[in-house]
Design a protein around this ligand. Structure first.
Ligand SMILES: Cc1ncc(COP(=O)(O)O)c(C=O)c1O
Length: 453
């Protein structure tokens, strides 16, 4: 890791601006979409069927030459920016040296280095170990597996509004059945959904919400049967809910007192997105296991379970791993991501983005009464939309407005993502490369979109 902090402005290979030159989607995208419909199943859907030919910084360029300001970053993956130079160079160089050996057959240094970096940058200064896998869901699966082996207990607890993936176990762990689980059962058993903290909707203090969650865990499962509690410190697909003060520390304390492994799913909230390496830090948490994925390798597939050495060591030799887990190219990219976060002081960028975007969202809230809530930390911000006149009363979800605004924004060259149990949340998770000018430009598009509703 280098000590020098770069002050040079980033250089982009694509002009960082919106530019719409065709109808959306354009003719070439439509042609590709027709080909896709013949060979890709409908279960794999796309938010915006424009086909991307190039991506750089915070901008996507489609096959028709349209440029989109990307407020989604592939759902929080290209956190350091699309095709970030250091990541591209590290991956390209690794491609020349070793593409694959399989770490569980003949190991290589890059895997070890990623594990060292995760030990350094995940919360807590205890001894830690890491297993690398391919996807977020696979990290969740392994976290649960390790917690069960360590505790010898059966049950897994998750929180309402959680999202953890699309594998069999993680389907059972998600809150929302449609579209993630409906029709895909039977599901893994021994998964329990405890009430969460959702300040806008439940109005509970952190202590009250924690008492409700803990009451559920004790009554419905019983601590002596509970292997782990898996929480997203800031819930992602659920709608970027920031729990009430004191809620998460109370859960962690209860887990520690009862021998329950406290697992932070930081797959969406981690890797510098919120202005800290891990969102857990904002709440003073030191999880037993931390799950990383998405932003860890700048766009290459890599995920990790990092945790207390004594817990991680409970799995027997051969019990963890997989053919592609910790692939050398993805691992080299991850090392470059960690170095880039340090070199370019990217932890400060999350706070900068929050300063540029959040007050502007509050201004929009003053103008448009369907914006019920503005929330989030760093470059993980959201607005929750409700029916007119219900923002401080019944808070009736307004998914139709979210869809209309996302569609309007896309036509103007701004890609925003939706979220929320009721589909009524617009979430903003740009790459940390997004400039204040692009943020102001995006806010003006959103303003127009609300005005046009
Ligand atoms: C919090 C969280 N956990 C797990 C996952 C699953 O990750 P993946 O899609 O890489 O399997 C996601 C993906 O959105 C997520 O946001």
């Amino acid at each position: 890791m280098t000590d020098t902090v770069s002050t040079a402005a980033p250089v982009f290979s694509v002009a960082q601006e919106r530019r719409i030159v065709t109808a959306i989607p354009g003719p070439k995208s439509q042609e590709l979409h027709a080909r896709r419909l013949a060979v890709v199943p409908g279960g794999v859907s796309s938010t915006l069927p424009v086909y991307i030919a190039k991506a750089n910084g915070a901008v996507l360029v489609d096959v028709d030459g349209n440029q989109f300001v990307d407020f989604g970053a592939g759902i929080g993956v290209t956190t350091v920016g699309h095709t970030e130079t250091a990541v591209v160079e590290a991956a390209a160089s690794q491609l020349q040296d070793v593409i694959h050996t399989l770490f569980t057959i003949t190991p290589y240094e890059e895997y070890v280095r990623v594990a060292e970096l995760l030990a350094e940058h995940t919360p807590g200064d205890h001894a830690k170990k890491t297993v690398l896998v391919n996807s977020g869901a696979e990290a969740v699966e392994n976290g649960v597996k390790i917690a069960r082996k360590h505790t010898g207990r059966r049950a897994v607890a998750v929180l309402d509004h959680a999202y953890h993936g699309r594998t069999n176990l993680t389907m059972a762990m998600n809150f929302k059945a449609m579209p993630y689980a409906t029709g895909f059962g039977p599901f893994a058993g021994d998964v329990y959904h405890a009430p969460s903290s959702y300040p806008y909707r439940d109005g509970l203090s952190g202590a009250e919400a924690a008492a409700r969650t803990i009451g559920y865990l004790e009554k419905v499962i019983g601590a002596s049967d509970l292997a782990c509690l898996v929480v997203e410190p800031i819930q992602g697909e659920g709608g970027f809910m920031v729990p009430a003060d004191g809620y998460l520390p109370a859960l962690q304390e209860w887990c520690t007192a009862n021998g329950v492994v406290f697992i932070a799913d930081e797959i969406q909230s981690g890797m510098a997105r919120t202005g800290a390496y891990y969102a857990s830090e904002h709440f003073g948490l030191v999880p037993d296991l931390v799950l990383s994925a998405k932003g860890i390798a700048g766009g290459l597939p890599l995920a990790a379970v990092t945790g207390r050495a004594e817990i991680m060591d409970s799995a027997q030799p051969g019990g963890l791993g997989g053919t592609f887990g910790g692939n050398p190219v993805a691992a080299a990219a991850a090392i470059a991501v960690f170095e880039e976060i340090e070199k370019s002081s990217l932890l400060g960028e999350g706070a900068r983005i929050e300063r540029a975007l959040k007050p502007a969202l509050f201004e929009l809230q003053k103008k448009y009464d369907i914006i019920g809530d503005v929330r989030g930390i760093g470059a993980m911000l959201a607005i929750e939309l409700v029916q007119p006149g219900t923002a401080s009363t019944t808070k009736e979800p307004n998914a139709a407005a979210v869809s209309a605004i996302a569609a309007y924004a896309a036509e103007q060259g701004l890609l925003v993502l939706t979220a929320g149990t009721w589909g009524n949340v617009l979430r903003f998770l740009p790459s940390l490369a997004v400039s204040d000018e692009l943020i102001a430009d995006a806010v003006s598009v959103l303003d127009d979109a609300f005005a046009a509703l």
